[in-house]
Design a protein around this ligand. Structure first.
Ligand SMILES: Cc1ncc(COP(=O)(O)O)c(C=O)c1O
Length: 532
């Protein structure tokens, strides 16, 4: 019965030539949730897609559909109505493919979403007149219709009527569910444009699957004939894993702690490792205790608290949080995830190197750029590439470039001055790239080795260069946090310093999601913009 549904997923996932952003969507993020012995509940996570929602699939499909129909040509101008998530996703896709984008929203749209759309280069039109239902959807659509009449070159992707919306969910979302859980009895889907719902419904019907499909709407919505009213929920979604490369290490720590019978797991962190641990520990039923410095961005702290972790905010630097956590874990007998103490963390992070080579059809890139704080990610990448080289799966080692920020540059100085670590001056760390702050990097030995053994280099960038790189990436459709943008800024700097050949290939490891630090996005948007 499922034969029709299980056509090659990779074939089903092809849409137009929108490959790069498409590849960032993970097809199989399921997790089981404990609802008691009689109910087996599985959640399909879509919130960790770039843009923070399932809508990136829809946006890619809508744009591919308009391109295939010849309506959208290079340099074209897309217009769409959205309450937030689709607007963010379309802004990413349009930035990535060089289209102008106008998003028509209303006063209910979340301010954060609007800022993100703007950060990605989209224009905003806010309609303020209510429609006949007392809402704004009719007014948004009326605005688009008038705009199209005025300017026929505008292209309305039309998420409400474009068949590409449900189709993409039939081919991807529904297929992934059917392939992973073929015996599912009930499928519960939130209803907005109903693209996800109708796509799932049509594919389940197509293959004759008996599951009951339950649509979830919100109070105040008129989709299923209810009375209109104020809607307080815009979009349904969640975000797990937690949106940074640190998830890879935390997943291993949590598994190991559970196997070894621990009930409490702790880490020191500048924020992301703590969020990753809080997230994965919650999922595994472990109690997480995290030690973070007072400079940790509010969004990271919020997510850590939301996952239910115990937060110890240390009045001082990350290095002080690290020492406090080590002491508490030793005293209390907790499992410790902290970088450089737990050797398994490198094993988690090295998987990023495997994926890079796999995605390049089993060859190593010429160069790799990554932001460096404690030095654990760069050490992990080096280990991953070394494993593959030893196995003969790749034929060469990439040159690894560590990127440090001027306000936290211990390794840059140690590497440049070629002196032992104990002779390098210790300076307090401060930068917009909060995740890269480390006075004395805990994994410094591995971090220095990664660069020296691969003929790479350490590169230093300023906070302004980080902000410039954040914007450059946003205008290409990638919303990243400052520590991740630092890697991109480092690649630009390395080219300016003639550290790369004229046509070098560089992989920039984008380690953290831009939604994790809204105040840095605000600073980025406020900077004057001169496109290069
Ligand atoms: C987003 C992000 N990028 C880069 C880094 C730097 O990694 P490491 O401290 O292992 O050098 C971190 C560390 O927290 C991070 O969260």
């Amino acid at each position: 019965m499922l034969a029709a549904a299980t056509r090659s997923l990779s074939q089903d996932r092809q849409i137009g030539d929108t490959g790069f952003l498409w590849n960032l969507i993970s097809p199989t993020q399921f997790a089981e949730i404990d609802f008691g012995p009689d109910l087996n509940v599985v959640v399909k996570f879509e919130g960790s897609n770039p843009g923070g929602s399932i809508k990136l699939k829809t946006a890619l499909a809508l744009v591919a559909n308009c391109e295939a129909a010849g309506r959208l040509r290079p340099g074209g101008h897309v217009i769409e109505s959205s309450s937030g998530n689709l607007g963010i996703a379309l802004a990413m896709v349009c930035a990535n493919r060089g289209y102008k984008f106008t998003c028509v929203v209303d006063p209910n749209a979340a301010k954060d979403s609007l800022e993100l759309i703007r950060a990605l280069g989209g224009n905003l039109v806010v309609v303020s007149e209510r429609d006949a239902n007392g809402g704004y959807l009719g007014s948004r659509i009326a605005y688009i219709e008038t705009a199209l009449a005025r300017d026929p070159a505008l292209v309305w992707t039309n998420q409400y009527a474009n068949p590409a919306n449900p189709e993409i969910h039939a081919r991807t979302t529904a297929n992934e569910i059917l392939m992973t859980y073929p015996e599912v009895d009930y499928l519960v889907v939130g209803a907005g444009t109903t693209g996800t719902l109708m796509g799932c419904l049509s594919r389940f019907h197509e293959v004759g699957h008996p599951a009951k499909i339950i649509a979830v709407d919100v109070q105040g919505s008129v989709t299923f004939g209810g009375p209109s009213g104020t809607r307080r929920i815009s979009g349904l979604g969640t975000s797990q894993p937690s949106g940074s490369l640190k998830d890879r290490a935390s997943a291993i720590a949590v598994t190991h702690a559970r196997e070894a019978g621990y009930r409490t797991i702790a880490t020191a962190s500048t924020g992301n490792a703590a969020a990753a641990l809080a997230c994965l520990a919650a999922n595994a039923g472990l109690h997480a205790v995290v030690y973070v410095p007072e400079t940790t961005p509010a969004e990271k702290l919020l997510s850590i608290r939301a996952y239910g972790a115990e937060v110890v905010t240390v009045a001082g630097s990350y290095d002080m949080a690290f020492a406090a956590c080590l002491h508490a874990a030793q005293e209390r007998g907790w499992y410790l995830r902290s970088t450089a103490i737990n050797p398994l963390m490198t094993e988690g992070k090295k998987t990023a190197a495997y994926e890079i080579c796999e995605q390049l059809a089993w060859r190593a890139p010429e160069t790799v750029f990554v932001g460096v704080g404690d030095g654990s990610i760069i050490g992990g990448l080096h280990k991953g590439f070394s494993d593959l080289l030893a196995l003969g799966w790749i034929g060469s080692m990439p040159r690894i470039f560590g990127v440090q920020v001027a306000g936290s540059n211990f390794l840059y100085r140690a590497w440049g001055q070629k002196i032992p670590f104990d002779q390098v001056e210790r300076r307090s760390a401060s930068s917009i790239a909060d995740s890269l702050q480390a006075e004395l990097p805990q994994d410094r030995f591995k971090a220095l080795d990664a660069v020296t053994r691969t003929a790479g280099a350490y590169v230093e960038v300023s906070d302004d260069q980080v902000l410039d790189a954040m914007r450059l990436m946003a205008r290409c459709g990638y919303l990243v946090e400052p520590a991740a943008a630092a890697a991109c800024a480092g690649a630009i700097r390395a080219r300016e310093q003639d550290l790369l050949g004229p046509r070098s290939e560089a992989v920039i490891v984008s380690t953290g999601n831009g939604l994790k630090d809204i105040s840095s996005l605000r600073r980025m948007i406020a900077m004057p913009y001169a496109p290069k």
